[in-house]
Design a protein around this ligand. Structure first.
Ligand SMILES: [Zn+2]
Length: 414
């Protein structure tokens, strides 16, 4: 069985998980060939969308022999931080580096592609502290590989869902795991140029682990690199921040997200709508793209127009429709509405240049924005935010929706 993994990371990773948990009911064996193809995503710089300046700076640091021994990739969740750190690790240890990227073919690059390089130690949050004698990090490493292979643009909640963490497991990096890695780092490099500790979400190091890390950052063994990837640098110890060189990673632009989605076969119009909702977070974009095309715009615009007409019979019908949606979809509609209202607010305040929408969404925002008083928009934003909060706490969707509809009907028309 041959799988071409490019563009099908999610499908394949779901498949692997089902295969592992034996839910397929049929016997399927992955050939090494197929596995090789699964792990080929975004370990080279060229596979990462945008971020050209950052890539150039990282490459130049190697070429000029100015590689900082500790680097903090600091950028928003669902951004390119982890992908850039992986590509950098690949480049640093490549046996035949090209001017703008690793070769992708040497023994070191191939081990990196399989995420099985013996000199690269991955540390990621665990759902809980390991029990005595339990090697939780090692046990979860195969899942970590499928997780990155699915996409390197990831978030902590995605990871916790991937490993089936329970609701009260927030992710921690226990001392034992940090110590083990540090021990490995103080040994001579197994084969690569550098030994690398790749630490995802260092803000989750507990006090002891953070101190252990600090100690080794102060006196790092030769030819050792620490690549820390954070999306919440404000939660990191300042002593750690001050010992690492910061690599600022910006969020993806709307155009980059839309491009990525189009490469995955999403049609351009929908890709643009999803990009608009994702706010530079590629993990959110992937999630939204995997949902059925529920045409939020038409649904939301129709709701607002119905409220504006004060068509109460139709509003009650819409409330029934809304009640039947999944909670994710209900929240998605509220989210979407809040975004549109934010744009309406910008439009009303003469900041049209900041609008990130096009086509019929833009027309709707302009027309509605010209008709409805800013105070009504502000009120609805407040009410929808409240409704969202209550929805998450399992309030009855139909009642919330009817409440919102009445507020809208009373205030939209002057
Ligand atoms: Zn190479």
């Amino acid at each position: 069985m041959l799988i071409n993994a490019v563009g099908n990371e999610t499908v394949i990773s779901n498949f692997i998980n089902r295969y592992k948990s034996n839910q397929l009911g049929v016997k399927v064996r992955f050939t090494t060939f197929a596995l090789r193809h699964i792990y080929i995503f975004a370990l080279l710089f060229q596979d990462i969308i945008g971020h050209e300046d950052t890539k150039r700076a990282l490459i130049r640091s190697v070429q000029n022999n100015h590689v900082a021994h500790a680097q903090l990739f600091d950028g928003p969740a669902g951004g390119a931080g982890l992908a850039l750190a992986l590509a950098f690790a690949t480049f640093v240890n490549c046996e035949d580096p090209q001017p703008h990227d690793a070769c992708g073919r040497c023994a070191s690059c191939i081990k990196m592609k399989k995420l099985a390089h013996p000199d690269i130690h991955h540390i990621f949050p665990l759902p809980r502290a390991p029990k005595d004698g339990e090697e939780l990090l090692a046990e979860l490493t195969p899942q970590w590989r499928t997780f990155i292979a699915e996409s390197p643009y990831q978030t902590l909640p995605n990871w916790l869902a991937h490993i089936n963490a329970t609701n009260n497991q927030q992710g921690i990096i226990p001392i034992k795991e940090s110590r083990n890695i540090i021990k490995k780092l103080s040994l001579k490099a197994y084969e690569g140029e550098y030994k690398i500790m790749l630490l995802w979400q260092p803000e989750l190091l507990n006090g002891q682990s953070a101190n252990a890390l600090l100690k080794i950052l102060e006196e790092p063994p030769a030819k050792t690199l620490f690549l820390l990837i954070t999306s919440q640098s404000d939660k990191l110890l300042t002593t750690i921040i001050s010992r690492a060189q910061r690599v600022a990673v910006r969020g993806f632009s709307d155009a980059e997200v839309a491009d990525y989605l189009q490469q995955k076969g999403i049609d351009p119009k929908r890709a643009q709508q999803i990009a608009y909702l994702s706010e530079g977070n590629m993990a959110t974009a992937r999630h939204l793209a995997s949902e059925a095309d529920d045409n939020r715009f038409e649904w939301f615009a129709n709701w607002m127009r119905t409220a504006y007409r004060r068509d109460y019979v139709q509003l009650v019908k819409l409330a029934d429709d809304f009640d039947a949606f999944t909670k994710e979809k209900q929240k998605g509609l509220f989210d979407y509405g809040l975004n549109l209202f934010r744009d309406m607010f910008l439009w009303q305040n003469g900041a049209a240049a900041l609008l990130r929408i096009q086509n019929e969404e833009l027309t709707f925002v302009q027309r509605f924005g010209d008709t409805v008083a800013p105070a009504a928009i502000a009120l609805l934003v407040e009410e929808i935010t409240q409704a969202y909060y209550h929805l998450e706490r399992n309030a009855r969707a139909k009642i919330l929706f009817l409440d919102l509809s009445l507020t809208a009907a009373l205030h939209l028309k002057q």
